[in-house]
Design a protein around this ligand. Sequence first.
Ligand SMILES: [Zn+2]
Length: 458
Amino acid sequence: MFEDTASALFGVDGLQIAGVEAAPDGGIEVWAVTDHEAARACPECGTVSDQVHETVVTRPRDVRRAGDAVDLRWIKARRKCGNQECSRKTFTEWVPAVPPRCRITTRLREQAAHEVTGRGITPAEAARHAGVSWPVVHDAFAARADGLLDRPAGAVAHLGIDEHRRGRARFALDEQTGEYLLIADRWHTCFFDLGGQQGLLGQVQGRTADDAAYWLAGATPAWRDAIQVVCIDLCTIYASAVRRMLPHATLAADLFHVVQLAVKATGDVRRRVVRARYGRRGRSGDPEYGIKGLLVRNLEHLAPDQFAKVMDTLGGDRYGQEILAAWIAKEKLRDALNLRARITGSTPCERDVRGRLFCFYDWCTQHDDIPGLVTLARTISRWENEIVAAVITGITNATSESLNRLAKLEARQAYGFRNPLNQQRRVRIACTRGYRRRSLTATPRRPQLVTGQKHDPG
Ligand SMILES: [Zn+2]
């Protein structure tokens, strides 16, 4: 316990404040002496010593006070061990807040680790603020982060898989074979909890089917069995990994990427038609160029005059009608996707979704002279089951995409990572931080019990 107010305010157990002075550089100088029973015991044999060999002044780094640097000067004794058989002749006093051979207080280390883990600043910035080196903060952060991340993942019903470009690939020369070995892949495959509170579940280097399957194989069979739906982009590699490792799970295609494909097909047709018509690329002043922004919008978001402008521009000749056919195909595809419960308010029936997709295929078949539409219809038919599953379940990869944005932000803040393992740790902490905060604030507040009479100031 603290005996005086200054020691209580300073708040380091085992240190008693002897005096405080203003330092010339604007901070404060705090002089402290040891006030801890166990500090007098030899760390080797435990004998309590009363013989002081010499007195030393150490300056362990400590947290700032109200933003100002604190220059802590701890006067501590080097004691002689009274036990004749002990190998240790002398030892210096220590307190739990400043363990032996440490020149940084435990609370400074913890504060720096929390700043990186909880507030999301870089270890470099936290080190600058704390007045310590980068490796110190990084080690403190790594210890704290690993404690948080090593907990086994809870059950996941909806799994998202997406890729993330982590940086450039790195190679190292193998001395024995003389060949270059890949030590850091350009890509990370990331696994996300789409429905729950776990954010980014883990990453694996590379983006092949084997890489994704390798990560899934590391999970327990019970965890894999709990997965009901896996949502992916239109990516055959991840689809094959999921079919291999999670044969029971329903595969859903992310609908944003389906619409994106249709929008891209419309744009491709427009660019090809404009080139055929004018013999050059489109430019400002061309009627087709003037409506290119309207063609990428959803039909229901067009104002009546905008819709009329599209129809007037494209309805005139065969060039315009080709673009119009592609645009209608996109809207017919969206018709099928718009059956999802988020828009209609009721769970769609599979037959309806397939019926509307059939209308889309039918339209593409009627315009099979437009190459872009045939390709689009082929791709969609290849992914039909996954698209129907996504419409019925309403599951999207939006969470994955938003967490990928955080992963990119982390890499930018760090000006890129050289060490992929470091990057995985920092990105995972960043992509679970929001969920950790939410679980903290979700705890109901305990009502404060007031016992006894309230102090009346006046
Ligand atoms: Zn001893």
